[in-house]
Design a protein around this ligand. Structure first.
Ligand code: FCB
Length: 457
């Protein structure tokens, strides 16, 4: 086993080790204190969408147990907590009336973090769009971007004096492609046209959200979280290498390009631009305004090959076989070198600010046996990937923090409660939390961490 102390010593003194969650995945209490449904309530209550027809009605009951959960984070000894704010608690209909009770919840949560000396990293949008906004078309409507801007302003006016960091969006790739093209996440749409509209309006909402944050809480470091894909060609053949480049632009370039260069990738525009909504004058300036940091969520590489069929739509790729035969219980290939090459590629292609690894982790579903959760494969996954982050720092990349996904087992979207990503086990019958062996190891890393260490690498 990699000694957590030795690994910790490779990080500089101001590095942040934290844990992450998201509102719909943990809170439950979906009808409490004026919250109205989100698109995820609607989606998960529709048969056939989520494994076992499960939903977030109760989840980890964090809404009621938040104090004990913050104590747990403090006991783990990590220095930061990344959580998301539920828009349908704050503005239940998406637009219109503000629900003070919703704001009160996050107010208490942030104060609770401060009282425990834990940094508060908030995400404004982790997929729980107020369902009422679907009446306008949800993310396929330009008006949703402006509704998001107002929501961002309201949250920052209330919490901005105490947040250590804020992100506009978590993984736009998921809320755009996975939700509107591949149909696997809410709202379950399968349409390229819908997805292309969601793409531009999500990017616009990020930019408008940044404007709101700068206006109301200029001192809070602000950024966005991207699940950039480490795209690897399935072979060295020219067709597969070209396919990998198209996949890079389609899965990464359409987010990184607008935000960090003020433009959509040329090949992508050539192939699909005519199906996009009108890009109004000034949109790309709004989208590309400066961010202070960006977050990378990384789990597994994306291996692609050329799709030779004549009617293949851009990016015209198919999946290529995994290289590593190590897979997590959700079926994702474990391949840590892809994290290294991904960060290198992105810093090579774009001018990027400092980076936090805002999510990284593994699904392994073992349960509690005699009070212990022996999840050695997860522990190995963490050790291997955190070592890569240390290597990146050694090579001079501005890596500032690392968040384990997740603090605790939770509602894993379309997979329901079947897939467990926590470093803390949750018994959904009793809501008892049990720190897994990986959690003990991560805690040892975070607490052994030499805060006065200035030698990185
Ligand atoms: C990411 C999500 C997060 C969690 C992990 C496993 O895509 O941001 O909410 O579901 O995957």
């Amino acid at each position: 086993m990699i000694d957590p102390k030795t690994l910790a010593a490779r990080f500089p003194g101001d590095f942040v080790f934290g844990v992450a969650t998201a509102s719909y995945q943990i809170e439950g209490a979906v009808k409490a204190d004026g919250r109205k449904p989100s698109i995820w309530d609607a989606f998960s209550n529709m048969p056939g969408r989520v494994h076992g027809r499960e939903n977030g009605d109760v989840a980890c009951d964090h809404y009621n147990r938040w104090e004990a959960d913050l104590d747990l984070i403090a006991e783990l000894g990590v220095s930061a907590y990344r959580f998301s704010i539920a828009w349908p608690r704050i503005i239940p209909d998406g637009t219109g009336r503000i629900n003070e009770k919703g704001l009160d919840f996050y107010d208490k949560l942030v104060d609770g973090l401060k009282a425990r000396n834990i940094k508060a990293f908030a995400t404004l949008y982790h997929w729980d769009l107020p369902l009422a906004l679907m009446g306008e078309g949800g993310w396929t409507a330009r008006s949703t971007a402006y509704a998001f801007q107002r929501y961002a302003k309201i949250v920052m006016a209330r919490l901005g004096d105490r947040l250590d960091s804020v992100a506009t969006f978590n993984e736009p790739w998921c809320s755009v492609w996975l939700s509107h093209l591949y149909g696997e996440h809410a709202p379950g749409e399968r349409s390229m046209d819908a997805a292309l509209h969601a793409l531009h309006y999500t990017n616009l909402a990020h930019g408008l959200g940044m404007e709101a944050i700068r206006h109301v809480a200029p001192n809070v470091p602000a950024g966005l979280v991207l699940n950039a894909h480490s795209v690897i060609a399935g072979s060295n053949g020219a067709a597969d290498i070209a396919a990998a480049e198209r996949a890079f632009q389609f899965h990464n370039g359409v987010f990184f390009g607008p935000v960090f260069k003020g433009e959509y990738p040329a090949d992508f525009l050539e192939a699909l631009g005519s199906r996009m909504p009108k890009i109004e004058d000034g949109d790309l300036d709004v989208i590309s305004q400066k961010v202070d940091w960006w977050g990378l969520n990384y789990y597994t590489p994306m291996r692609v090959a050329n799709d030779p069929s004549a009617d293949a739509v851009y990016p015209a790729t198919i999946d290529a076989a995994a290289v590593s035969d190590v897979k997590t219980d959700i079926g994702w290939e474990v391949y840590a070198p892809a994290l290294k090459s991904l960060v290198e590629t992105l810093y090579h292609r774009y001018e990027l600010p400092p980076c936090y690894i805002t999510e990284n982790g593994a699904a392994y579903n073992m349960g509690v046996v005699n009070g212990v959760v022996d999840d050695q494969p997860r522990l190995d996954y963490y050790a291997e990937h955190i070592a890569i982050v240390a290597d990146l720092i050694k090579d001079g990349h501005p890596m500032q923090g690392y968040f384990a996904w997740s603090l605790m087992d939770n509602f894993e979207w379309a997979k329901g409660y079947q897939m467990r990503f926590g470093i803390v086990h949750v018994d959904y019958g009793t809501q008892v939390r049990t720190v897994k062996n990986s959690g003990k190891w991560y805690s040892a890393l975070a607490t052994a961490f030499p805060k006065d260490n200035h030698k990185a690498g």
